[in-house]
Each structure stands twice: as structure tokens, then as C-alpha cells.
Design a protein around this ligand. Structure first.
Ligand code: ARG
Length: 755
């Protein structure tokens, strides 16, 4: 989701993505596919060195992973709501994802009396499954390389903005042509900063029901303390079911809908993981900055990251205070809090590890080599000689706007919920007020009423007022006056420490801060009342600053986009034998790795797995992040793990592997060499928090829930044996591996187009 689209009315806003979105792209070189770096496009797996993959332990052919004509692995993997990944694990559309991915759906279905977020939820039959309006899952039907068509359309185009217009127009044309005779949707996406283009065709299902979730004391065990860290002990999973119409096609929710008959579902191996085991992830990583330059790192370290952290600190403290006091408020804000906290800690970690891992120096080395190469002949010099200079100049030009720009989003339009509501509602109201009387106008009024109802059902005004006050306090103090919104400029000098008073006044008066006032107003909206509303002024002024900032940076952004595009093209030309994978952009990617421990620092080794033993060690009844349900304690004491125990009788909870994932991959299946599910990816490790900018080969790990812990919770803890029966369990390691390894020795080796 782009930052612009978050201001579109009624759009489900996904914090994670909007925050990590950056205009920039970053660099990676692959020295060998034995390494685990790389988020590969499914269609291009066949170009990877198959022998290396086989040596790592992959026994599937590229065709078994991605095929347009036959069912393949990709048919079991879905983008969940555009912000997470899920996988189908039964012939009846049963879908597994993370608890933190299902979190908002679980929360939406919870009340203070039936608090599924706290206590868990299990549907014992289809009839008990819970609906989730707005939630969808998308299957990738196929992808196509449309680079040629796109570059032809772009020939002779000079400016980046013109480029962007053509890319979106041509992209739409290609997408429409690809779906003219189907119910599919298609999108063209840009790769390598606009050097290549691929078209993706999706089938999207909108009836997705909640089937099961463990209590948060399991699904979010360790909370923010353990988040982004290893060793970990979290049962981060939840289950949904995808429904289709009776004809098998996507359909809006209806009692007549039937569980989806998927093209493929993943069998599940409970044979366990050992060091060296092959692991593959498939999913929808949201964004990475692997081609980010040293200049971009500088800006992130000095300006962007500390500003985000500072604003979020204040918002989290305000939310915590109110959530503690009132269970209804806690449920209302639980996922908002978790989202803010997740990337609050992310940016703290990224800053710390960019420094610890000397990422800037690593980038400078690449840039020096690049510049030398670019200067070494006249053609190159003409084409690439200025790329880095453009990037540097662009960052220098935007530096002055970073703090203000971060504030207007994080502390302004998204500061208090009312700010964005007033902006969106205001836009719709303006439309309404300009309409001719008639049926359409009446219908619009109904929509506005519904929007207001929905907003006020999800926000607590006293809490929102606090958010408003604390963000304004910081905003007026930390942003240069000429970058403040108009209403703030006038008040900043006088308000020091007194923004709560101002908030009290605004919230006591505005139509946007009280449901009754809003509904009353909507019965016969008047332009005059709208125009003099204080929150209308605030949100319009905030948006005006947001836009001004955009135009102030326009020239620099052009330069940056062009610089990045040339830099990446040049890097690839400079290293013809090397593999460059494109930055994540919410398209399907596979990554290949192995289960292995790591050394976080000298003399310390972290084991590759954790067990229920560790859950008990961390248990702390006085800390709400480290509660353990008593039933789980009982099962632990009795060592009652059934077929899910490992060979020592322990229950493995989490494990790590060298896969390359990022936000959006959450919920991704971790698949063994035979195509069986062995875990569920849910996080990364602290020491490699700089990993979205530079993959840290020796220490970067993907953290996954062992599938045996998932099944143990479903079976032994929840007694939901109905679900286990739907699945296909594989109990022993197939010796297909041995067989395949032999065959691969004799197999023909493909030329190394991608290394
Ligand atoms: N860091 C994880 C991710 O971004 C989310 C983990 C959720 N757990 C938590 N305690 N917030 O995918």
C-alpha cells in the first residue's frame, strides 16, 4: 500500500507496510546459491542452479514449485489480506497463518465476555466458524515477464514522473488484457527500481472464516519483550477456512458457500527438524531495501528511525495507560497497539544493528567499486557515472524534510484516529454536499452514516484525545515552525505542555469527536457547520503540509528514482555472473535455506531449537507477557505430547533456519525438501535487524513455530481433533531424500544464468 492510498476513504490501513515503505531500493550480491540470501520469484526458480538447490536438500523440480498448468506448491500459498501469508493444509480449504496475522480478526470477534484474544477460540464444526468481513486471501494464478512491452512503451521518455504515468497506464492495459475473460485480477509490478516488470494474475476469495486460535499467552508468548528475538517460545499460529461459492469460484459470504477445494494443499511432516535440514519458504514479503546506498542509511540512522521511535514511544505509553484500565478499551486497541509496537521495536533494532554490523561501510565499499567501474570507459561514464551523485544529492536535498515528513504521518494524520477519520470523512462530505438532490445523494448519506458508526465503534474518544495531545506535544516541539501545519504554527509558542487543554477544547466541540454530534450533523449536513469545525481545520492543515512536503521533495524524488534505477542496472551489468534478486514488493517469493544454529557474539552459540521447557523457564505470573495457561502447565508436567514429542520426549516449540524473509512473509510455510510443511515462519532475530537493508549471511535467521507445537496445541490442548483429521500427516522422514540425492549426482546440470 502506498502512503498516498492510506488517505483514500475506507481503506483498510496496514501500518506495517506503510511504515516500511520507502522510496528507495537497496543492494545485494549473491556469491553462491548455497547461501540462503535471496527472495526469488517463482517463475525464475528454474533459472537458479538446480544442483546447488539439490545439494541443499531440495527434491522438488521447479515445475513442482511453480506451474501454470499443473497444480504446484504455489497453489497452496496465499497472500492474506495483503499483509501476511497463509497456507492451505487440507482438501477443505483449511488455512494456517500466524497468530499475529489473525490477531485483528480474532480481536474483532472478541468481546469482554467472549474474549477469544485472551482465551483462544476453537470451532468444533463448520457452523461454529466465525466470519471476517473485509478479510480476503489471494492465490497467484500465474505471472508473466512484461519487461519488453513496458520498456517499448517507455522508449524516449525523459522524466521519472512521465515514466510513472506510462508505467501505470501500460500496466493497467496489460492487466486488463490478461483478465478480460475471467474473474481474476491482475497487476503489473516494477522490479529492480523500474528496470524490469512482471504481471501477476490473482484469484481472490473474500469469505474467510476464523477456525481456531490459541490464547494470546501462547500465540503471543513473550510479547514485545521477546519480539524480534531468538531464543523464542511463541506458538504464533491461527487457523482460518477459505470458502467459495457452490461453483468453486470466489463469492461474498453466504450460508450457501462451501469450503474451498484447493488445487493443492500441503501435507504436514511431524518427523521433526535436524541441523542441516533443507527449508524453503514461500510467501509474500512486503518490502526490503537491499539496494539502499550509504546515503540512505545515513538518513535513516540520523533522521528517520529516531523520529519514528520517539513518536511511537509516546503513543504506546498513552495507549498502555488506558488499555490497562478497561477491558473494552484493551480489546479495542489491542491490534493497533501491537502494530505500533512491532515496528517501534523494529526501528530500534534496525538502528542498533546497522551500526553493529557496519552496514554503511559495506555499502560504501560497493559504491566505491561501482564508481570505479562506471568511470572506466566513456559509454559507462555517460550512462552510470552520475547515478550515485544523483542519489547523494537527492538525500541531501530531502534531509531537511525528514523529521517534519515523519511527524505529519506518524504524529499527525495517523497521530490520533480522529485525524484521519476527519480527513476521510471530510472528503466524502465535500462530495456529498456538492451533489444534486436525489437517490444517489440519499445513498451516499447512508454510506456516511455507516462509516461514522464503524469509526466510533472502534475508537474510544478519551484515549484518542490523549493520543492527540501527546503527539501534538512532540510535533510542536520537534518540528521546525515553517514545517508545522498552520493551526499549530499559531499555537506552538503558547502551548508548551498544554496541548491536552487544547485537545479538550477541540474534542468537546467537533462533530468528528462524538458519535451523537456526528449522527445529528449527518441528518442534515451543512457546509457552514463543516467549515467551522475545528477538527476539519486540523485535518486539512495536516494534509496540506503532507502535500507541500511532497512537492518540496518532488525534484529530489525524481533524481533519487532515476539514480536508483541506474545504480541497480549498473550493478547488474558490472557483475554479469552474479545473481541479483529484486527487492521484496508484496509479490510471491521463495527462499531456500537450512536449519542451523548461530553465534550472536563471540563465545556464544544459540541452539537451533527451543522446547516447552523454555516456556516454563520464562513463565512469570506477574508479567502479562509471560503467563502460561494452566492446562499447558499440566500437559507439560505429564509430558503428554503424544505423537508430537521429539525423540527425547521433549516438545519442540520454535526453530531457526537461514531463510531470507521479511514483514509480509509472516505465516509463510516452512517446507522441507519433499514439499511437506514443517513450520510456520513468524519472525527474524535481533542481531540481524539490519537485514532488510543488508542480508547478514552468518547471523540472519528466520524464526518459525515448529508444526509439531501447532498440532499439539490443536490436538492435545484444544481437543480440536476434527481439524487434525482433515490434515495429511507424514510421520517419518522420507528416504526419497537419499534417492533424490543420488539421482541429482547424475542429473544434467543447467547453465548458470542465475547463480
Ligand atoms: N516481529 C514479527 C513480525 O513482524 C511479529 C511478531 C508478533 N509478536 C509480537 N510480540 N508483537 O512479523
Amino acid at each position: 500500500m502506498s502512503l498516498n492510498s492510506i488517505f483514500a476513504p475506507n481503506q483498510n490501513f496496514n501500518m506495517r507496510k506503510s511504515i516500511i515503505i520507502s522510496v528507495l531500493l537497496a543492494l545485494v550480491t549473491i556469491t553462491s546459491v548455497r547461501a540462503d540470501e535471496g527472495m526469488w520469484l517463482p517463475m525464475l526458480i528454474e533459472r537458479l542452479n538446480q544442483r546447488n538447490l539439490q545439494e541443499m536438500g531440495l527434491q522438488l523440480t521447479p515445475e513442482e514449485i511453480y506451474s501454470v498448468n499443473n497444480s504446484s506448491l504455489k497453489d497452496a500459498i496465499v497472500s492474506m489480506g495483503g499483509f501476511c501469508t497463509g497456507e492451505i493444509i487440507s482438501p477443505n480449504g483449511l488455512m494456517l497463518t500466524n497468530h499475529h496475522c489473525g490477531y485483528d480478526a480474532i480481536r474483532e470477534n472478541s468481546t469482554v465476555d467472549a474474549d477469544y484474544l485472551t482465551n483462544g477460540f476453537w470451532a468444533k464444526s463448520y457452523a461454529e466458524e466465525l466470519t471476517n468481513p473485509g478479510l480476503y486471501v489471494s492465490f497467484l494464478v500465474e505471472m508473466q515477464d512484461v519487461t519488453k512491452e513496458m520498456l517499448a512503451a517507455l522508449e524516449g521518455v525523459e522524466t521519472e514522473s512521465e515514466r510513472n504515468q506510462i508505467i501505470s497506464a501500460k500496466g493497467k492495459e496489460l492487466a486488463d488484457a490478461a483478465t478480460s475473460d475471467s474473474h481474476y485480477e491482475a497487476r503489473v509490478k516494477s522490479f529492480y527500481a523500474g528496470n524490469e516488470f512482471y504481471l501477476f494474475v490473482y484469484e481472490t476469495f473474500t469469505d474467510v472464516r476464523l477456525v481456531g486460535a490459541p490464547p494470546s499467552s501462547v500465540g503471543k508468548y513473550g510479547g514485545d519483550t521477546d519480539n524480534w528475538m531468538w531464543p523464542r517460545h511463541t506458538g504464533d499460529f491461527s487457523m482460518f477456512r477459505v470458502y467459495s461459492g457452490p461453483d468453486g469460484k470466489p463469492a461474498e459470504f453466504s450460508q450457501d458457500n462451501i469450503p474451498l477445494k484447493p488445487k493443492h494443499f500441503l501435507p504436514i511432516s511431524i518427523a521433526g527438524v535436524e541441523p542441516g535440514d533443507f527449508t524453503m519458504t514461500g510467501g509474500f514479503p512486503g518490502s526490503t531495501d537491499r539496494y539502499l546506498t550509504s546515503f540512505g542509511i545515513e538518513q535513516a540512522l540520523e533522521l528517520k528511525n529516531p523520529t519514528i521511535v520517539e513518536i511511537r514511544d509516546a503513543k504506546l505509553a498513552a495507549l498502555r495507560e488506558d488499555m490497562k484500565k478497561d477491558d473494552a478499551v484493551r480489546l479495542m486497541y489491542a491490534s493497533k497497539y501491537a502494530q505500533i509496537a512491532n515496528y517501534w521495536k523494529y526501528f530500534i533494532g534496525q538502528t542498533e544493528q546497522l551500526k553493529a554490523n557496519n552496514v554503511k561501510a559495506a555499502k560504501e565499499k560497493i559504491e566505491t567499486d561501482f564508481q570505479k567501474w562506471a568511470q572506466s570507459n566513456p559509454d559507462r561514464k555517460a550512462k552510470y557515472g552520475d547515478a550515485l551523485k544523483m542519489i547523494q544529492t537527492a538525500y541531501e536535498a530531502t534531509d531537511a524534510n525528514v523529521i517534519g515528513g515523519t511527524y505529519v504521518v506518524e504524529g499527525g494524520l495517523l497521530g490520533a484516529d480522529v485525524n484521519l477519520f476527519a480527513f476521510r470523512m471530510g472528503r466524502q462530505l465535500e462530495g456529498y454536499l456538492a451533489m444534486e438532490e436525489g437517490e444517489e445523494k440519499e445513498a451516499t448519506k447512508k454510506d456516511l452514516m455507516a462509516y461514522a458508526e464503524e469509526f466510533f465503534a472502534g475508537a474510544n474518544m478519551p484515549t484518542d484525545k490523549k493520543l492527540f495531545a501527546v503527539t501534538h506535544e512532540l510535533y510542536s516541539k520537534n518540528v521546525a515552525t515553517d514545517q508545522q501545519p498552520n493551526y499549530m504554527k499559531e499555537l506552538s509558542g503558547k502551548m508548551n505542555g498544554k496541548w491536552m487543554k487544547y485537545a479538550e477544547k477541540v474534542y468537546a466541540k467537533s462533530i468528528f469527536t462524538d458519535k451523537d454530534r456526528m449522527i445529528e450533523f449527518l441528518k442534515s449536513p451543512s457546509q457552514k457547520a463543516y467549515d467551522k469545525d475545528p477538527m476539519k481545520t486540523i485535518s486539512s492543515d495536516l494534509f496540506a503540509i503532507y502535500q507541500t512536503r511532497g512537492s518540496a521533495n518532488a525534484e529530489a524524488n525524481e533524481m533519487l528514482a532515476k539514480g536508483n534505477r541506474l545504480f541497480i542496472a549498473g550493478l547488474r551489468e558490472m557483475n554479469p555472473g552474479k545473481d541479483f534478486y529484486p527487492d521484496a514488493n508484496s509479490t510471491m517469493r521463495f527462499s531456500f535455506g537450512n536449519v542451523v544454529d548461530y553465534e550472536p557474539k563471540d563465545g556464544v552459540t544459540y541452539n537451533y531449537f527451543t522446547t516447552l521447557e523454555g516456556v516454563m523457564e520464562k513463565m512469570d505470573p506477574d508479567d502479562d507477557e509471560f503467563q502460561v495457561p494452566s492446562k499447558l502447565v499440566d500437559l507439560y508436567k505429564a509430558k503428554d505430547y503424544g505423537q508430537y514429542a521429539d525423540e527425547n520426549g521433549d516438545l519442540v516449540v520454535n526453530f531457526i533456519s537461514t531463510n531470507d524473509i521479511t514483514g509480509g512473509n509472516s505465516g509463510s510455510p516452512v517446507i522441507n525438501g519433499n514439499g511437506e510443511l514443517i513450520g510456520l515462519a513468524f519472525d527474524g532475530n535481533w542481531e540481524a535487524m539490519s537485514g532488510d537493508i543488508n542480508f547478514e549471511k552468518s547471523i540472519q535467521r528466520t524464526i518459525s513455530v515448529d508444526i509439531r507445537y501447532v498440532l499439539f496445541m490443536v490436538d492435545k490442548y484444544a481437543g480440536a481433533t476434527n481439524l487434525i483429521e482433515e490434515m495429511t500427516l507424514v510421520k517419518t522422514k522420507s528416504n526419497k531424500s537419499v534417492q533424490a540425492a543420488k539421482e541429482s549426482e547424475n542429473s544434467e546440470i543447467k547453465p548458470m544464468e542465475m547463480n
